[in-house]
Design a protein around this ligand. Structure first.
Ligand code: TRP
Length: 365
């Protein structure tokens, strides 16, 4: 079986360091490993509209932001297919057919949707499209026969629901769809980067993100204002490194070379942590180091971003070609799905023969 990988993001704003550590970095790694047959990366604008129906301009503006973010982290359109969900119309048809295989109570049990409904105060007024987006996500995944879905933890219920739809479809009609497997980021710290304010999650609405497109000055300001250990007041005080965002960021981002280049008094993070925990190490020093590490990560990203910002025609063309390619692949699956459901009326010559015989027989008796 072919190894087909699919991931996606809702375009609701610029992507940040949390996205980078939690998924983008891993996508680039997979891309460069070459260990796949096809890799699709979807800008999920239709899904973003399920809870932003009144603000299409926000989604529209974010399409290009997210595309620039993808290209600037090093995703390469020669190796991966970047496309826009709403331009692949087969996805909506698949969603419509799959929705017959899912019950309302099953959707109500989806923990991610439950949580999102609460967050958006949707309790009394859930848009139907939002409520059913897990079904559309199953269409996204199965349309490409994707078997590997690198996602964050919060997406596990979506993959589980997709697997159920696949099994139900294959059982009811015939074996057409592929059951996907979720792949989580490998380090524990990378699962979720906290906000610079110490909040468990980096989130645009909380205003606690470092964006991939932030300039040096902004990054410096943000890092130097980061929440650390509130009990580490004097330099001599012992400090906590476990719930300390500065150390969590370092854990996921810094390398041995970073110590050689920016903080040669220490060999590695273990030594730095031990000193902080013992006491006698100030926050400013670690923050300065973290700033250097983040800059080392962001510099090449900024350079590529600048290149593409000056060539938006090229970015547009990448999206157009990607969407066309995705459309052909999804149409292929849709064709098989209709065939399997026996609603391929005009491609099925046997069907007309069957009708003819039926009516001949009926009129003869
Ligand atoms: N739900 C995902 C998110 O919020 C975006 C998404 C849409 C997706 N369709 C997908 C992710 C298919 C993986 C596979 O980030």
């Amino acid at each position: 079986m072919k190894k087909i990988i699919l991931t996606g993001d809702r375009p609701t704003g610029r992507l940040h360091l949390g996205h980078y550590v939690g998924s983008l970095m891993n996508r680039v790694k997979i891309q460069n490993s070459g260990d796949y047959d096809e890799m699709y990366i979807m800008i999920a604008d239709a899904q973003a509209l399920t809870d932003n129906a009144l603000h299409p301009e926000k989604i529209r503006d974010s399409i290009i932001e997210v595309a620039l973010d993808y290209l600037s982290v090093g995703l390469d359109p020669k190796k991966v297919t970047i496309f826009i969900q709403s331009q692949v119309s087969a996805l909506t048809e698949l969603t419509f057919f799959y929705s017959n295989l899912v019950t309302v109570s099953r959707l109500q049990r989806n923990p991610t949707v439950k949580n999102e409904i609460k967050l958006r105060n949707f309790e009394a007024n859930i848009p139907v499209g939002f409520f059913t987006y897990p079904i559309s996500q199953a269409a996204d995944i199965t349309a490409f026969k994707a078997s590997v879905i690198p996602v964050g933890e919060d997406q596990l219920p979506m993959i589980e629901q997709t697997r159920e739809i696949v099994r139900s479809f294959n059982r009811t009609y015939s074996e057409v769809l592929v059951e996907p497997t979720a792949v989580l980021p490998d380090t524990k710290a990378a699962l979720r980067l906290p906000g610079i304010d110490g909040n468990a999650k980096m989130s645009k609405s909380l205003g606690n993100c470092i964006y991939l497109s932030d300039d040096t000055e902004t990054v410096k300001k943000k890092v130097m204002s980061m929440y650390t250990d509130p009990n580490h007041i004097k330099i001599e005080d012992p400090g906590d490194t476990k719930n300390n965002p500065v150390f969590i960021y370092l854990e996921t981002l810094c390398t041995k070379e970073d110590f050689q280049n920016f903080l040669p008094e220490y060999q590695n993070l273990e030594e730095l942590k031990a000193h902080y925990e013992k006491g006698g190490l100030g926050d400013v020093k670690i923050k300065k180091f973290l700033f250097e590490v983040i800059e080392r990560v962001l510099k090449p990203i900024r350079e590529r971003r600048k290149y593409y910002e000056e060539r938006l025609d090229e970015v547009y063309e990448i999206l157009r070609i990607g969407s066309e390619k995705a459309s052909s692949a999804a149409n292929e699956t849709l064709k098989e799905v209709k065939e399997s459901m026996k609603i391929n009326y005009f491609e099925n010559e046997e069907l007309l023969e069957y009708y003819k015989q039926k009516y001949q027989r009926d009129s003869s008796n």
